[in-house]
Design a binder for this molecule. Sequence first.
Ligand SMILES: C[S@@+](CC[C@H](N)C(=O)[O-])C[C@H]1O[C@@H](n2cnc3c(N)ncnc32)[C@H](O)[C@@H]1O
Length: 338
Amino acid sequence: MDQELNPQGILELGLSFWASKAFLSSVELGIYTSLAAGPKSRAELATEFGLHPRSAVDFLDVLVALSLLDREGDVYSNTVLADTFLDRNKPSYVGGMLEMANARLFGFWNNLTEALKTGEPQNESKGGGPDPFAAMYADPENLRRFLKAMTGISTASGTAMAEAFPWKDYTSVIDIGCAEGAVPVALAKAHPHLTASGYDLPPVGPVFTEFVAEHGLSDRVTFQPGNFLEDAALPSADVLVMGHILHDWPFETKFELLQKAYEALPDGGALIVYEALIDDDRRTNVFGLLMSLNMLIETPGGFDFTGADCQGWMSIVGFSETRVQHLLGPDYMVIGIK
Ligand SMILES: C[S@@+](CC[C@H](N)C(=O)[O-])C[C@H]1O[C@@H](n2cnc3c(N)ncnc32)[C@H](O)[C@@H]1O
């Protein structure tokens, strides 16, 4: 046997859900939020979180081994990374996405094989109608958790977008399918001359309004209720943003949404589509490809796509100029100029 061939990597890959679930449980419990107040002993943490004596040592030490906690003797503290992004009381918290992954996706992904064979979603809408959001938003707790998750996944991209696009040339922006409003808030914070709106389904309104008020931007960031599948036209602004929207829908709907965006823009206006784009050769962006499988689990017809795919669709719809720009991590934006 080739000495270089070693099965360790594939075994670790197959069992990587162990680490994932231990981490997700630690976020669910709020370990990092508790330790943001200061270091605590193992006994204190075990009492606070009701950890059984069989689990406490191994569970907390797994988090040390995963570089999420530090340990001195039997006293634990957050690493800088965990303290910055996993303390629920900090605006930089990204755990909303992880809480949603823990509460919903972890279980749904257990049915991936069924989804692979049937092409059917495996979430709340399993066996139901064509709109995955109607099923998910039927439960107010799910609605809030999902919208928080979107804030977790999009806040950093919004901040990157605020820097990476020439906002000084534009005065208004509407985020189509805005969730809580993380992106309009990031754009309005960075560019005081911008008027920003979020457009989303009516039940999202109160959560959006609360989030914007928490950021002190209620005078410049407003909510526009609507339904992009049913409304004949999208609201108009110099720039329209669609983040993680197109990937929710089948090709025909993607195309229709791009057309509606084109029609709503003034000449010279811009559409920014941002997603975890799959690399054009469909080989390297594991996250983008897995996101597309997540759309298989979550939606009746959604799928992710490459930058070249999106540029091609934008050109067919009529955009005169398109370009792809990296935001951060797996997120890229595709910009179309009318
Ligand atoms: C995957 S989330 C993306 C949220 C946000 N753009 C982001 O990237 O963080 C999809 C968003 O589209 C909204 N949405 C779904 N169907 C819609 C519809 N028919 N009309 C308007 N918004 C809709 C959802 O409420 C949700 O906020």
